[in-house]
Design a binder for this molecule. Structure first.
Ligand SMILES: [Fe+2]
Length: 340
């Protein structure tokens, strides 16, 4: 059935394809109709957003899934020879590494216009396709609402020794540190990390943090919002006792992290690759994100996020250019203080 529909779609669009090829002066169609996508975002979310892409365009997708820094490092190492056509990250610092290495092509202006301006970098070489808010997960049985810190930076104070959970090795936490660095500078970030090194209990993931907080192992943890909301949607399977606290007030702890999508400059399928990024940021794909169980925020112009979530505008995120986050310095500082 799918094959039949694709064949019909193919027939219907073949004229348009000829016109498109003639228009860009290309005499040769690309040999292969498979795009290689390096993806560090959650697999189910990416697959949901790309639903229908192959049926509609005839372009097959091959995924290489790994985490942000693994894939960014791989692309930089592969350089001009990288098989990647498109790079999708969970957090923006890693796509910026690839951008700063000069390996990304400019995003089609028409694609960029589909995304709100604050969710794309000044370089114009990648675009946001999802957003996630930093939050503090806490256990009300262990800590009263009035005792919660006013700022995420307070968690470095001696009073928090042994009382805060972080997933230091994860790309999510490191993106949050990169925001602290962009907002507070290197010295203040080093100081904050030094305090955290003394105070923090280290966990392997955001889900592990939620579980530990729920079970009273540690009263608070730094996380992204959607882990808790997903769990709530499943009736609090892991974290029914845990609650979320938002720092707001443009605090570094109110940082909103962007998932980025970009086209590799050396891809020999520029048009197909641009089409995929256009698809991801289209109102239809953004609505699929909003309707999915991912519970991340949509970034498409005029697209509302899931109703279960507080509006992003109410969370008073600090102003951070998503293209200004320095993951290399973050790694260095975290290694210096012994967090990595
Ligand atoms: Fe995640």
């Amino acid at each position: 059935m799918i094959r039949l529909r694709r064949a019909i779609t193919g027939l219907l669009t073949s004229t348009a394809v000829v016109v498109a090829l003639a228009a860009c002066g290309s005499s040769e169609a690309s040999d292969t109709e498979t795009l290689t996508v390096y993806s560090a975002q959650h697999e189910s979310l990416v697959r949901t957003m790309l639903e229908g892409f192959t049926d509609e365009t005839g372009i097959e997708l091959e995924f290489r899934d790994a985490n942000d820094s693994e894939l960014a490092n791989q692309i930089v190492q592969e350089g001009d020879a990288s098989p990647a056509d498109v790079f999708l990250t969970e957090n923006s610092p890693s796509i910026d590494v690839v951008d700063k290495a000069g390996l990304l092509a400019p995003v089609d202006p028409r694609t960029a216009e589909q995304v709100e301006e604050r969710y794309r970098p000044e370089s114009g070489n990648w675009v946001g396709f999802a957003a996630r808010s930093t939050a503090l997960i806490y256990n009300p049985a262990e800590i009263g609402e009035g005792e919660l810190p006013a700022s995420m930076l307070d968690l470095a104070e001696p009073a928090w020794e042994g009382r805060v959970a972080i997933a230091a090795g994860g790309a999510d936490f490191q993106a949050i540190v990169s925001a602290v660095l962009a907002l507070e500078g290197e010295d203040a970030t080093r100081e904050w990390l030094t305090g955290l090194q003394r105070n923090a209990e280290i966990y392997a993931s955001n889900t592990a943090i939620m579980k530990a907080v729920d079970e009273g192992e540690v009263p608070v943890g730094i996380t992204y919002h959607y882990y808790w909301f997903r769990d709530q949607a499943q009736n609090g399977l892991i974290g029914d006792d845990a609650r979320l606290h938002y720092f707001r007030n443009q605090d570094p702890g109110a940082f909103v992290s962007i998932s980025g999508a970009g086209v590799l400059a050396e891809s020999d399928q520029q048009d197909d690759a641009q089409r995929l990024v256009e698809w991801l940021t289209s109102p239809e794909a953004q609505e699929r994100l909003a309707d999915s169980s991912a519970l991340e925020y949509a970034v498409g112009v005029g697209v509302a996020s899931a109703e279960a979530l507080p509006p992003l505008a109410d969370l008073q995120a600090p102003d951070v250019d998503p293209g200004s986050l320095d993951s290399e310095l973050v790694t260095e500082l975290m290694q210096d203080v012994g967090l990595l």
